[in-house]
Design a protein around this ligand. Sequence first.
Ligand code: SIN
Length: 529
Amino acid sequence: MMRRLLSSTIAASPTISLICRSSHIHRSSAIFCRQMSSTAEDVAMRLKSSGLLRSQGLIAGKWIEAYDKKVIEVTNPATGNVVSTVPCMGAKETNDAISAAYETFSTWSKTTAAERSKCLRKWYDLLIAHKEELGQLITLEQGKPLKEAIGEVAYGASFVEYFSEEAKRMYGDIIPAPLSDRRLLVLKQPVGVVGVITPWNFPLAMITRKVGPALASGCTVVIKPSELTPLTALATAELSIQAGIPPGVVNVVMGNASEIGNSLLASTQVRKITFTGSTAVGKKLMAGAANTVKRVSLELGGNAPCIVFDDADLDVAVKGSLASKFRNSGQTCVCVNRILVQEGIYEKFASAFSKAVEKLQVGDGFVDGVVQGPLINEAAVQKVESFVEDAISKGAKILLGGRRHNLGMTFYEPTVMTDVKSDMLLSREEIFGPVAPLLPFKTEEEAIRMANDTNAGLAAYIFTSNVQRSWRVSEVLEYGIVGVNEGLVSTEVAPFGGFKESGIGREGSKYGMDEYVEVKYVCLGNMNG
Ligand code: SIN
């Protein structure tokens, strides 16, 4: 595939059409890409002039190349074309970033809550002021539709705003003492340097959901964004500098994931790892953190059941399950993975749901009206294909879609499958793509058994008009998040996290702050003197 380097071409010739040079592009995709090229060009130009298209790592407030000058390419998943390059960093750069964060911790952790709060508030204001450009950057490197990408910026910024407020509420306690000459206090103190490892599906919000509370409590951070979407992370870090957050508080390295991860794990100066990503990698990080007894927060894979009972309002159930399933083209940890539908409503639901899915417009995220962007890369599409093949070979049927979209490349048709069974990959594993499997059930007990029959436990959804049932079922579902008659439940004010192998710890809300503080007990003796 012939690719062009967007950022360097801009400098050389701003008027040249910069994307869509792929010789393998499907015809309709090529037409569509021609429509797109000026948009992507404008986006890149605007980003460059606003200083937000950064292509270096950030250590101690300085933008730097990899020490051996190696780079990695960042591609647009909708076209396969190169957007920019970023440094391919490894152990040496990571250790320097850790040292910078460690040194800065001694001053940042001593600032007042009000000072940290002001910095975070300024960062929030800048994120919002630049939400269009940041959204465009997300669409460029991650693929999600522009409106959804701008929505991610607002969502991501909300964590910075929320924790700018929480910084001032890091209260300790005074405990009634068991002896009259004692005074017992509890202090809350920042844990120290935090290694922040983030995924590609929310390149901005997963950073701010972690870095917001870390900075609010007085921690400093070394961020390792996904190598697939580092540009949004760098732009977000640039705005943290513009907000007056001191050099060394926020550091960003990317490149050789295992070298960076191992350096973060090995360092005794790093006191905590926070990670969003696959369960497999989360387990490795947890094991690696044991050596230095670091704290971990893990937000890992899900396998969200969506239970539609006979007594559900059909429109509400279709709207809610559609919104959850197809958010970010099915690439979120809380996306509905399995739709369990009670027999009495199964046919009606399948038909109404498919009609709604059929209307979803697929394409490049920069095109107006598109609500389903590409999957992140070829491997993601192959995984979805293999899950669909597995289901068909075991007797499932395709009601809609079931193959690559005619745009080709990373585009997959929004798909609905029936006759799906609990032993199929679609039911057992996280799909992370736009495929909705429908599984029938007879009774509430059977639905609960099916829903809990997994090692994952992040999010679950219930659709019912019976208030007692909604309460009863919410209580027995082994999940950290339950949506009742609602498919979109994420917000900065509520705790996000999973049971079982879906993770440890909570993000967002007042609970999110606990992840970054140590609790210190101070006993004052001989106080009667
Ligand atoms: C995720 O997919 O990990 C995050 C989704 C969300 O915050 O809603």
